[in-house]
Design a protein around this ligand. Sequence first.
Ligand code: 6R9
Length: 655
Amino acid sequence: MSESQETLSNLLQETRRFPPPAELAESANVTAEAYERAAADRLGFWAEQADRLTWTKRWDDVLDWSNPPFAKWFVGGELNIAYNCVDRHVENGHGDRVAYHWEGEPGDARTLTYADLQKEVAKASNALLELGVRKGDRVAIYMPMIPELPISMLACARIGATHSVVFGGFSADALRTRIDDAAAKLVITADGGYRRGKPSALKPTVDEAVQSTPSVEKVLVVRRTGEPVAEHERDVWWHDVVERQNDTHTAEPHDSEHPLYILYTSGTTGKPKGILHTTGGYLTQVAYTHHAVFDLKPETDVYWCSADIGWVTGHSYIVYGPLANGATSVMYEGTPDTPHRGRWWEIIQKYKVSIFYTAPTAIRTFMKWGDDIPAQYDLSSLRVIGSVGEPINPEAYVWYREHIGASRCPVVDTWWQTETGAIMISPLPGVTAGKPGAAMRPLPGIAADVVDDQARPVPNGGGGFLTLQEPWPSMLRTIWGDDERYVKTYWSRFEGLYFAGDGAKKDEDGDIWLLGRVDDVMLVSGHNISTTEVESALVSHPKVAEAAVVGATDPVTGQAIVAFVIPRGSAGEDVEGEDFLKELRNHVAHTLGPIAKPRQIMIVPELPKTRSGKIMRRLLRDVAENRSVGDVTTLADSTVMNLISEKLPSAKSED
Ligand code: 6R9
């Protein structure tokens, strides 16, 4: 703890406010009364939300919290997730409604209505049964962003098999560890998918991984690219096995606490954690939050979440939430710059997307590429735009609102985690006057607070640790096979509270701002300074597109701030010079105060990011402290660290 008694400094001041558009507020799905109603009777509120779903057997109790931190929600209730996501919409007369407008990277497209999806899921369910998969078995899914991916997930959910989707960019070794940990019986994959204009193979990675996975009996392979693949005894083609199945299948009910899926998160150290989500509570909260945060009107909206289904955002907000609500979604296979940098905006124009959900890393990339690109497309169909994955810097928020949202669409900055399963802290687009950079308030029914190191709530204006104070329906139930690690990782830092690593502050109005991982917090001359605030100050300079900062050991100040900066495309030639670096350092000092002035700034062409777009500061710390760079296996692009090291001579120290 610093001498100044602060837990985390509150340096950034932001005064811009964006009230909700009047017409949106008038017909919003959720209004301000929901906060009070949920606070008055939290469990009653969640029971009401569970009634958005169709249950074959009603629950006896909303919550069993008699053995914390092991929760049971909607105890005794039974339902089938695939029925809720698909069949019931067909039964309700919406079979002709489009579930997915799928767009392949090469420009091919497929449209799946809810009636189509019902048939495809039934066939896949029958195929899984024929392949020997039974309720309770685990199925690993390693696929590109093609319709067979959600179809496979829904087929597993339908028959009660627990899926474990592994991001299609992970290595054979990463895939093998995950298959082994869950003891998956079947792997579903594809020959490959399209990325950056060419086929990108997946099957060889599976072949390598399953050489030493005793649990795997079969590998089910979708043909997507048509590239040649090695065929093994255990392989079966999707078009041989699934296509010939009966296209009806009767869904069995599953217990509300039946394991729906495992999703691995790497964490900072050690072996990946298999986050376990179950059935009734999960679907309740993803459906409710998708309805509330995006104000989804299923009859008229076209919704697009640009995430990969290989991470939790895709599970909850491409597959389960939107389908539970009967939404029409866009699903896109490829990269944003193939064949050109306007591809995403072209897709929004083509399908008249009205709700768009993406990540700050993408937004900052578009800022870097320039305003003129989105300006060439008709984005007037948009009405709500969202952000997830990292703190959104105020400047990126304002750029997003202005250049994508036509200064009209509310931006919903949604804070949540693989572990929380669904959105926890976010503005409501018809209620909240948004502040650029703030996730604002816990959603109705959610209890979150920022506490100091003694678990006492910090006053408004203070910073500390973000905790969840009451169980919530879509919470993780455990770490697969490791209850002890579950308790230790999430529930032991503060007695009775869930804490998963994020720092945050409450502003003068009590609204919440995320400040990055507490592991990344820098201790400079006795002050705990968040990486997020310094990065946001850098990004607020008109010539900066992206920034990452880390604390490096310093003989005088304990730690000193070292920044890595990517200039905007429009910044010009002078960004390599001494004057520019000085200007940036002064800009930070001016914005946040002299304490936050970086000791050193390096101009770099790229930043190291995980596959889901989060900056890996750990690797930058290695660079800043002149160590050899650590484990890079979870990097989206492993060559990035070389690019950064090559730039090192431009490092400048002026103090
Ligand atoms: C959904 C997802 C979780 C971590 C989380 C936090 C960061 C996510 C954020 C955000 C600030 C937001 N994070 N959303 N930080 N503002 N709106 O990203 O899950 O991949 O498990 O990551 O991401 O640090 O703890 P996951």
